[in-house]
Structures are given as structure tokens and as C-alpha cells.
Design a binder for this molecule. Structure first.
Ligand code: AMP
Length: 543
């Protein structure tokens, strides 16, 4: 069944609530909301926000673990005509504070064990002055240091009748913050139209329909979660949120897919790789599963062969695209299981309404087979970075191939070539952006943070490839300040107050001075080789 045409993302929920109110919409560990309950809960939140002064276009941050209630909040924020900003509840308060300073939300909707983070955030005068906290649940246990004037009225006091806030598809739906190379996270603005274009195509293309049981694996601060959530609601399926703690228990993750009888699985490849390494998938496992999709990084071909051999009844699709062009911009469904472990899986062809072009440094198309930068045009393009015209202009450029004014091209920084088969093959990055455990990380952001640590005179951060689940390990070479004794453990501890766990260097090495190459630049290649060699020595010693 094709998706329903709506003008705003939340309307899919209301339409499904009218059509199949009793049908399950979202579930997590026995906690389930039907479409009718989801519609009602999101109406209540929208009314609560509006009653506490929230107006269309205001930013509302969400700080809570992934749960049916969190999904109801996202829908409620949209119903109030507001812009949703997800905050990672596992992130350090300092980084969350930087995000709040950037997008200045008037409200933080919070739940779960986030009281400590809220208290820390509210020590900041600007945040305290400008923000109110809405909470879910019966009692206000969160944020002990937050004065009564900062709380919104209690949610249960509001009726669940629909609200009527006029907003349009071209209005902003959310801002997703991604790692920024200069130290500050970048806020990618995404409109309702951006998401609806992708979701409508994907639901049609993959044949998502009522009765589908769809994984909700991505954390809510990843843009992939938008496809999980709204792909499900557009089709009238049921979203099975994957408990995050299962990510480190591959056998339980497999059991989750089995017992939930999922029909669609969508995750970053590191999870597929991890499950393959632990050999937790049986032959013809997951009989209900129809499609398996991944996005965000390269899926190693041996892992893919592992999955495809075991699940001959499933179709496997590689989706590619950065947050800046909304969820994914190209797709490739494998016609059959690869026979060669060293063969690359293409990122395929552009999704309808989008175009992938491969350009030289001079922004001219390169011939097929030649390596160039992937640039994307079309309906997925974000309007740019929130309140950051400089970075917006650098990444979203006037389209050199288009005469029409306003035509824009997003420079991904990804390297690729067009194959003779007409498919695009991903080859790596032009810069120092990496993926580790599926997280997009600018090594520059890590480096900037390390530089601020007491006792560090200089540093360089590099990443080395691994065969493991992480995909890449972050390594830091640093020069201690004269007279300062700094241990890696102390630096890591201090850094963890600034950066989330997945951004912390795994290996540290002290140097009297950073090594330089013939051009006088920091010799990152040598550093990488040195970290790699030290890791190999340790691995050998443990055998
Ligand atoms: P994010 O904004 O977190 O989605 O990260 C976007 C970046 O992830 C892209 O620019 C690519 O470098 C990488 N990426 C996304 N999808 C794929 C894929 N299917 N294969 C290889 N790399 C990918």
C-alpha cells in the first residue's frame, strides 16, 4: 500500500488514528501505544506546549530515552507547529549546553533519568533564563535544582482533542546536530517536505504496509530514526523500538528480531557486522523478515555474505546519504549474494527527486570511472546549518550545472566513482570525518576538545581501521605541557565531560613534539601507522 499524502509529518499519525485506532503504533518492552493513544498523547503534549506559550517555529528540545512516550512527544512537538531538537540523554551536559546555546529552545521536554543533566544545564544562566521544562509521568522527580517557575503545567491536565496550528511542509521539522570539525556541533535544518519526500518514496518502493513490524534501532538523535518512525506511521505499521542495551548483546538482538517477528530491519552496518562476528543468525532465521536495510557507512562484504547466505528470503538494500540531504539519497538492492568477499557493494543510484553527481575539485563532472566528490542536488537538501551562514555557504553551493537561480548542490566530502554499470561506488572521505560504531565524528571536534585540556600543549587525533564492531578507533597523540604530568586516564576522564563516549580516543600516546612530514605538517600518516603497529603488537601479545 502506498503512503498517504499529507502536508506535515504528524498528520500521518492522525490519519492512521482515524483509520485504525486500535492498531499498534509503537512498542517497547511490553509498553505499547495504539494509533489512537499515540494521537491523543501527542495532542495533549501539543496543547501543553501551546498553553505554556510555545508558538509555531519555536524550538523544543527532547531529552529522554527512546520510548513510546518519546515518540508521542516528537509527534506532539510537530502538532504544536514547533521545531524538534533531539538531545542525546547519554551526552555530556557541556556538549548539550553548546547545542542549547545554538538553537535556543524555549522548552525542554524531559523524562527518565536525566535529572542530573537538567540540573547541570540549569546552572547556565542563559539556559535558566530562557527555558522551561515539560515532563512526562506522574511526578516531577527530575531536576531538583530547577525552580517551580521553570516547569510547564502538568501534562495530564490537558485534553487529547486535536489542535489546529497552521504550518506548511516547507517549515522546519527538526534540527539534528552532527559533529563539527571546528569544535562546535553543526545544526542541520530539515523541513517536513524533506522527510516526506524520502518517506513517501521509500514506503512505496519497499512496499511497507499495515501489519509491518518495523525496527526502531537508531537513537533518536540520528536522522535515520526519522525513517523508522515516519516510514512506519505513513504505512500504518508498528514500530518496535530496539532497547539500546541490546546493542552490546548480539544474541539478544537476534532474539529480539525473532520474537518480535520483525518484517523490516534498518540499522547501521556496525550492528550487522557485530552480529555476524558472534554468529548469532541461524539458517532461515527470522522467517517474518522481508527486508534488511542499512545506511551510514560501508557494510563489509564478508558480513553481508554472512547475512545473505543465512536469510535467502530477505532483500538487502544499501542506503547512502548524509544528514544534510535527509536520511538517504541513493539506494542499491542486491540482486543476489556476492560471491567475492573483496567486491565492493555500490551505493547505487539516486532516489527519485535527487541526483548524485561526481565532481572534480574544480566542480566539473568527472568521466565515469574517475574518482571525484559526491555532490547531491534535489528534494532532500536541507536549507542549511542553523544560524551558520558561513558553514552553509561552504557546503551548500550554487549548482554550477544549473542555470536556474536557487539551484543548490550539497558537497558531501565523500569520494566516489561512477562504475560502468551506471552505479555509484563509495571510496572514502576527502577530510577527517569518520564513522565509529555508526556515529559520524569529525576528528577536528575531538582535537579541539583535547587542546582545551589542562596539561596538553599540542595534540593530533587520527583514526585507525579495525576489523571489529567500531569500524574505526580514535587515537590521540599529545604533547604534555612542560612540567605537567598528565596520564591518558586523566585526560580521558576530563574529556568525557566534554564529549560523548563514542568520541573519546581509545588510544593515547605522549610525544615530546608532534612528528612532522617533509611539508612541516603534522605527519598523520606516520601517527596512524604507529598507533596501528602498537595495536597489532598488543593483539599479538594477548594471543
Ligand atoms: P550521517 O550524516 O551521520 O548520515 O553521515 C553521512 C556520511 O556517512 C556520508 O557522507 C558518508 O561518508 C557515510 N555514509 C552514509 N551512508 C553510507 C553508505 N551506505 N556507505 C558508505 N558510507 C556511507
Amino acid at each position: 500500500m502506498s503512503s498517504l499524502t499529507v502536508e506535515r509529518l504528524d498528520q500521518w499519525v492522525s490519519v492512521q488514528a482515524a483509520r485504525r485506532p486500535w492498531a499498534g503504533a509503537v512498542v517497547l518492552s511490553g509498553e505499547r501505544l495504539t494509533y489512537s493513544q499515540l494521537d491523543g498523547a501527542s495532542n495533549r503534549l501539543a496543547r501543553c506546549l501551546i498553553a505554556s506559550g510555545c508558538r509555531a517555529g519555536d524550538r523544543v528540545a527532547l531529552l529522554m530515552p527512546k520510548s513510546p512516550a518519546a515518540i508521542a512527544c516528537i509527534v506532539g512537538i510537530y502538532k504544536a507547529g514547533c521545531i524538534y531538537v533531539p538531545l542525546d540523554p547519554a551526552g555530556p551536559a557541556r556538549r548539550l549546553g553548546t547545542i542549547l546555546h545554538s538553537c535556543e529552545p524555549g522548552w525542554i521536554v524531559a523524562a527518565g533519568p536525566v535529572g542530573g543533566i537538567l540540573d547541570e544545564l540549569f546552572q547556565d544562566e542563559q539556559i535558566r533564563e530562557g527555558t522551561r521544562v515539560g515532563w512526562l509521568g506522574s511526578d516531577r522527580v527530575e531536576g531538583r535544582q530547577i525552580g517551580a517557575e521553570h516547569w510547564t503545567p502538568a501534562l495530564p491536565d490537558f485534553p487529547d482533542a486535536p489542535v489546529d496550528v497552521p504550518t506548511r511542509g516547507r517549515d522546519l521539522a527538526h534540527i539534528f546536530y552532527t559533529s563539527g570539525s571546528t569544535g562546535a556541533p553543526k545544526g542541520v535544518m530539515i523541513t517536513h517536505d524533506n522527510v516526506m519526500h524520502f518517506v513517501e518514496w521509500a514506503v512505496r518502493h519497499f512496499g511497507v504496509r499495515p501489519g509491518d513490524r518495523i525496527s526502531g534501532h537508531s537513537p533518536l538523535h540520528f536522522d535515520l530514526s526519522m525513517f523508522d518512525i515516519f516510514g512506519t506511521f505513513a504505512a500504518g505499521g508498528e514500530l518496535y523500538l530496539v532497547p539500546p542495551e541490546l546493542n552490546i548483546q548480539p544474541a539478544k538482538l537476534a532474539e529480539f528480531i525473532r520474537t518480535s517477528a520483525l518484517t523490516q530491519w534498518f540499522s547501521v552496518p556496525s550492528i550487522l557486522n557485530y552480529m555476524a562476528k558472534f554468529d548469532v543468525v541461524r539458517f532461515r532465521d527470522f522467517p517474518a523478515l522481508r527486508r534488511l536495510l542499512w545506511c551510514g557507512e560501508v557494510c563489509p562484504t564478508p558480513a553481508l555474505i554472512y547475512w545473505m547466505r543465512r536469510l535467502p528470503h530477505v532483500t538487502f538494500t544499501n542506503l547512502y546519504g548524509p544528514t544534510e540531504t535527509t536520511i538517504a539519497s541513493s539506494h542499491y538492492t542486491l540482486p543476489g549474494c556476492p560471491t567475492d568477499e573483496t567486491a565492493a557493494v555500490p551505493i547505487g543510484t539516486a532516489c527519485p527527486g535527487e541526483e548524485l553527481v561526481i565532481l572534480s575539485d574544480e566542480l566539473r563532472p568527472v568521466p565515469a570511472g574517475t574518482v571525484g566528490e559526491v555532490c547531491i542536488r534535489g528534494v532532500g537538501l536541507s536549507p542549511g546549518y542553523w544560524r551558520d551562514p558561513e558553514r552553509t555557504d561552504a557546503a551548500f553551493i550554487p549548482d554550477p550545472q544549473r542555470a536556474d537561480p536557487g539551484g543548490r548542490l550539497y558537497r558531501t566530502g565523500d569520494l566516489a566513482r561512477l562504475g560502468e554499470d551506471g552505479l555509484v561506488y563509495f571510496l572514502g572521505r576527502k577530510d577527517s570525518q569518520i564513522k565509529s560504531r555508526g556515529y559520524r565524528i569529525e576528528l577536528g571536534e575531538v582535537e579541539t576538545a583535547v587542546r582545551t585540556l589542562d596539561g596538553v600543549a599540542d595534540c593530533a587525533v587520527v583514526a585507525i581501521g579495525t576489523e571489529g564492531f567500531e569500524g574505526a578507533l580514535i587515537c590521540c597523540a599529545y604533547v604534555p605541557r612542560p612540567g605537567k604530568e598528565v596520564s591518558a586516564a586523566r585526560l580521558r576522564g576530563a574529556l568525557s565531560e566534554m564529549l560523548p563516549g563514542y568520541m573519546l580516543p581509545f588510544r593515547w600516546m605522549a610525544f615530546d613534539a608532534l612528528p612532522t612530514n617533509a611539508n612541516g605538517k603534522v605527519d598523520r600518516r606516520w601517527l596512524k601507522e604507529t598507533f596501528q603497529a602498537s595495536r597489532e603488537r598488543e593483539t599479538q601479545a594477548h594471543r
